[in-house]
Design a protein around this ligand. Structure first.
Ligand code: ZN
Length: 309
């Protein structure tokens, strides 16, 4: 745990509000760049300026544009490793660690340019297979190996913490958290709730709290769901869970592989929702797909600096 993270953890302990950034991939789209292959190498200026805009908007923690970069993301396009070697581009094997390194670097460059050294860089990583399909999760053995490998890439690249986001089961979250503990990097977990406040595999808040006993992340969050679903899920979680919690909702609709922007939650209305989350004790708040630096600015200026209850 580095000094930067120790300070953040102390703030969490004092019930201070911590602001996350907003959407990265969707913000690339909004600025006219597609999010295919994460663009951390081909569009460095755009990524860097999005990170910098989130820092200037008031984010204490920014997340890397590395959502789905485990080795499996490339392997899934092929029959098996031999097939990938025969027909795939020659650098596919090396691409996930290279893109993770570049992704963390873009965030570090933005931190340097804005001169805000206290800002933390969270390595964004989702589930090994498709984030909305808990039934597609790999075996426990495969998860152990692949999380360990991927988390090491983030740690070696200089990320301050891991943000395991858009997760769909406590089982996979445990595997990810165990890998982070072994590698020695702090970790937060964000789960996708459904409209009843349950995970996509059906677990309710009490089941998640029990399943994560002993390996709780420093912050447990809900993310990548519409505002009302995040509100419901945080309300349920607050009843059964006593460690730091947080949330970040999406605004708009998933329009694969792109994002459809809607005006359902302009910054002031998003802030009103976030105030309700803070009312449940959520202290780490930000935005998911479709949110912008304006949303984060609204949170920064409109939320109380510490939890009031
Ligand atoms: Zn999202």
């Amino acid at each position: 745990m580095n000094l930067r993270y120790q300070k953040l953890k102390a703030r969490l302990g004092m019930s201070e509000m911590v602001i996350l950034d907003g959407g990265i991939g969707s913000e690339m789209l909004r600025r006219g760049v597609t999010w295919e292959s994460h663009k951390v190498e081909s569009e460095p200026d755009e990524i860097r300026s999005i990170h910098a805009d989130y820092i200037r908007a008031g984010a204490d923690v920014i997340t890397t544009n590395t959502f789905q970069l485990a080795r499996r993301s490339y392997m899934n396009h092929f029959a098996d490793p031999a097939h990938m070697h025969r027909v795939g581009a020659q650098d596919l094997e090396a691409r996930p660690p290279a893109l993770i390194r570049e992704g963390v670097k873009r965030a570090m460059e933005a931190r340097e340019r804005t001169g805000r050294d206290a800002v933390l860089i969270a390595g964004s990583m989702t589930t090994l297979d498709w984030c909305f399909r808990p039934d597609m999760a790999p075996s426990v053995d495969a998860m152990r190996t692949e999380y360990r490998e991927t988390v090491e890439w983030f740690e070696n690249s200089g990320a301050d913490l891991m943000l395991f986001e858009t997760f769909n089961s406590s089982k996979e979250a445990r595997m990810a958290l165990e890998a982070a503990r072994e590698v020695g990097i702090p970790a937060w977990v964000g789960f996708v709730p459904d409209d009843r406040g349950r995970l996509l595999n059906g677990e309710d808040a009490a089941q998640v709290a029990t399943a994560l006993a002993g390996i709780e992340p420093d912050v447990l969050l809900f993310n990548c769901a519409p505002v009302p679903d995040i509100t419901r899920a945080l309300g349920e979680l607050a009843k059964v869970y006593r460690k730091p919690i947080g949330g970040y909702a999406h605004v708009g609709r998933f329009d694969p592989p792109d994002w459809m922007f809607t005006d359902e939650y302009p910054p002031d209305q998003y802030l009103a929702a976030a105030r309700a989350w803070a009312g449940f004790g959520a202290q780490v708040l930000g935005g998911c797909c479709g949110t912008t630096p304006m949303h984060i600015e609204a949170l920064k200026s409109g939320l109380p600096q510490t939890l009031t209850n």
